[in-house]
Design a protein around this ligand. Structure first.
Ligand code: 6PG
Length: 218
């Protein structure tokens, strides 16, 4: 971040949802509070569950409590995904927000996107067999996830893929087989949406032992 902030005024950071990043957010807030000029970082989310902000399932709520509030990030630097008045409208609102922001960005892309991977190989809120897999036109879409029976608002993979850097953080032995398939298996993103990113040269994978146990590191 600091290297980028030597060349740019602002740093755009797309946060991930789910539970994996929570520990990272606490580490950033506790151990890096004075090591980064956080007031020059703008925060976004790759996806959101369409639930009120005060609902524990809301990705924004988790990030506020573990990262944004402890770092004292001002509201003007936080671009939350709306969760009203309808999923479709919320997606269009966010798409307009992103288009306005990135149009003013020198390189028209996010500086960093943090992503997770579900045990089914999904990332963002793009699930196996999703109609969003091949959507190259929209930036943000709403989608129903039968797994948690929630409407979701998600950035589309093509938009996130364009980021300067992408970090996949994956943990848990229950993801080991999926991760092996995602990274080294036959390319079939309809089955494993996270494969959409595996050939990118801007992706780094941060894995714990449990999730990495089926990988053969050459
Ligand atoms: C979400 C996420 C989703 C998440 C994975 C991994 O809203 O659920 O954005 O893509 O990153 O499901 O979730 P865990 O970190 O909880 O395993």
């Amino acid at each position: 971040m600091n290297l980028v902030l030597k060349k740019k005024e602002r740093y755009s950071f797309v946060l991930s949802g789910g539970s994996t990043p929570k520990k990272l957010y606490h580490i950033l807030a506790d151990d890096f509070k004075d090591k980064v000029d956080w007031q020059r970082v703008d925060f976004f989310w790759g996806d959101e569950r369409y639930v009120p902000f005060d609902d524990d399932r809301n990705n924004g709520k988790m990030a506020y409590s573990s990262l944004l509030t402890p770092l004292g990030i001002p509201e003007k630097n936080i671009y939350r995904i709306p969760v009203s008045p309808t999923p479709e409208n919320a997606a269009k609102q966010y798409e307009e927000i992103l288009k306005k922001y990135l149009t003013n960005e020198s390189d028209q892309r996010f500086d960093l996107a943090l992503q997770g991977m579900g045990a089914d190989g999904h990332t963002l809120s793009v699930f196996p067999g999703s109609v969003l897999l091949n959507n190259q036109t929209d930036w943000v879409q709403s989608v129903y996830n039968s797994g948690d029976q929630l409407q979701r608002i998600t950035m589309l993979p093509h938009l996130v893929s364009h980021s300067a850097n992408i970090i996949f953080m994956v943990s848990g032995k229950e993801k080991a087989d999926t991760l092996k398939a995602v990274i080294g298996g036959e390319y079939n993103p309809s089955l494993y949406p996270s494969q959409l990113f595996r050939n990118n040269d801007n992706v780094m994978w941060f894995l714990d032992e449990g999730s990495a146990q089926k990988l053969i590191i050459a």
